[in-house]
Structure formats: structure tokens, C-alpha cells
Write a protein that binds this ligand. Structure first.
Ligand SMILES: C[S@@+](CC[C@H](N)C(=O)[O-])C[C@H]1O[C@@H](n2cnc3c(N)ncnc32)[C@H](O)[C@@H]1O
Length: 260
């Protein structure tokens, strides 16, 4: 196995989506279960809502929007690589070969207490209508959406992106500041990912990951002007999946301080 991390451009969306096949006992499904429950709780609470939500580093996935689309009028997805944009667009346009999210949509409808027939199709239609744009994004730019200037959003979501994009903790803090510039004062950041992770596999390729710890994240968020409202950490399940070496999953809800 190659010990060096593959470059972001080598990220194969189809291989990554293999992590999202419900019913399989994989690390991806473990992370998915954890994050879907938190997204459901966060976005159905009635507290985290508004006009616009921006997702940073969406990859080829849409699970992060399934509950959020009930609370926001407009969702903007983004990623660094064009191949991920293409994969997302394929699902948005319901084109042949698009990933089948049906089991995940069904699970989210159940989490939200909607077991009636037709609810899944309704949610898919709503989500496809709510995602208005898929943009190029680079968290290392002071305006990550450069050259586009977006009006500040009510909510920022990011999952597993900053630890993939950053090699050292100081760069992570700068990237956090960069993405925070896209959020209104008083807006919410929904940040999730993994702790203690050195690498993850996407197909045969090994991607390096920045090792994060809870204390570092608390300090980085506070230094960037966030007030942490929820910080959930859950130890990895006891399984032998070696596609990644993370020790815990985390989910954070934070509020950007009002401008003084
Ligand atoms: C592990 S995937 C996470 C995808 C999705 N958010 C999820 O939770 O499954 C990491 C994503 O970060 C993106 N990424 C890497 N470097 C980036 C950068 N500099 N700016 C924005 N996104 C980046 C990759 O293209 C990839 O889609």
C-alpha cells in the first residue's frame, strides 16, 4: 500500500459512495448513522433554520441535506473537485447511473417520524428543489467560493472536509476562519467529522487525514469566534474495518458570535 496520501484530485466519487450503502457493516455506515441522527435532531429542533445553508466540501453526498431541506429555503453545495460536482449534478437531475440514496432517505423519514407512503419521494423532490447551486470551493482561500461572492448564510455545514483538506493544525484554524467568513453573525455552524484519524481509504487510494482532538477543536472554534452549543463525541464501534483508523466521531453545533 502506498504510504503517501493521494491528492484531492484522485478522490473517486463512485468509490467513496461505496461507504454509503446502508445495511453493510462498514465504517461509512457507522458514521452515517451517527451523523444522520444528529442532523435530524439539529434541523427539526426549530432553532436551526433560515433562508440559506452552505455546505463546505460536500463530496458526492446528499445525506447531510435530508433533514436540513425541511428548515432552509436554499441549500448551496460545494466541493474542490469537479468530479464530485458531476456526481452531485447527476443525482440532482435524476440521471442514469446516479447513486441510489433510497435506503438512506427512507431511514431519515423514519427518524423524522414520517413512515407514511410517499414521504420518501416527497423528501427527494423537496431536496432536489432546495439545492440551488453546486459551487467550486477551496477552504484555503480567504473567500472559499472565489470568484463568487455569496451573501452571508444562516447556516454552514461541513463534514469530514477540513481534516481532509488540511495538513497541519495551523492550516485547519485558517481554513475554519475562511469558511466562517461565509456565515452571518449569529448564524450556526454544524461541523462533524472524526477524531484521531491519520488516513481513510477511497477504493484502493489512501488519503491522509489531519489528526484532530476535542481540546484542539474547542480552542480553534472559540478563537474563531464561535460559541459551542453542542459537542458530542462517540467512540468508534468495536469492528475490524481497516479502511480508516479514526478513534471517535464528533458532531458540533456552534453559533457565530454577533459582530461587536
Ligand atoms: C471525506 S470527503 C467528505 C465528503 C462529505 N462531506 C461527507 O461527509 O461524506 C472530503 C471532501 O473534502 C473535499 N476537499 C478536499 N480539499 C478541499 C479544499 N481545499 N476545499 C474544499 N473541499 C475540499 C474533497 O474533494 C472531498 O469531497
Amino acid at each position: 500500500m502506498c504510504r503517501l496520501g493521494a491528492s484531492t484530485r484522485a478522490f473517486d466519487p463512485k468509490a467513496y459512495l461505496g461507504y454509503f450503502k446502508f445495511g453493510e457493516d462498514t465504517l461509512g455506515v457507522e458514521y452515517l448513522n451517527f451523523s444522520l441522527k444528529h442532523y435530524c435532531k439539529t434541523f427539526t429542533s426549530g432553532v436551526v433554520k433560515g433562508d440559506t445553508l452552505i455546505d463546505i466540501g460536500s463530496g458526492p453526498t446528499i445525506h447531510q441535506f435530508l433533514s436540513a431541506c425541511e428548515s432552509f429555503k436554499e441549500i448551496i453545495a460545494s466541493d474542490y473537485t469537479y468530479r464530485n460536482h458531476q456526481e452531485l449534478e447527476k443525482w440532482l437531475k435524476n440521471e442514469p447511473g446516479a447513486f441510489d440514496w433510497t435506503p438512506v432517505v427512507k431511514y431519515v423519514c423514519e427518524l423524522e417520524g414520517n413512515r407514511q407512503r410517499g414521504k420518501e419521494a416527497e423528501k427527494v423532490a423537496k431536496l432536489r428543489k432546495t439545492i440551488k447551486q453546486v459551487l467550486k470551493c477551496d477552504v484555503h482561500q480567504s473567500n472559499p467560493m472565489e470568484p463568487i461572492v455569496l451573501p452571508p448564510a444562516d447556516c454552514l455545514v461541513s463534514s469530514l472536509c477540513l481534516e481532509s483538506a488540511c495538513k497541519v493544525l495551523t492550516t485547519y484554524c485558517i481554513a475554519l476562519k475562511n469558511i466562517s467568513s461565509l456565515l452571518k453573525p449569529g448564524g450556526r455552524l454544524v461541523l462533524s467529522g472524526v477524531l484521531g484519524c491519520n488516513f481513510y481509504m477511497v477504493g484502493p487510494k489512501r488519503f491522509s487525514c489531519l489528526v484532530l482532538g476535542e481540546e484542539f477543536l474547542r480552542e480553534a472554534l472559540s478563537d474563531t469566534g464561535f460559541i459551542i452549543q453542542e459537542f458530542e463525541v462517540l467512540v468508534r464501534d468495536d469492528n475490524i474495518d481497516d479502511s480508516s483508523d479514526f478513534s471517535e466521531k464528533f458532531f458540533i453545533l456552534a453559533r457565530k458570535e454577533e459582530a461587536i
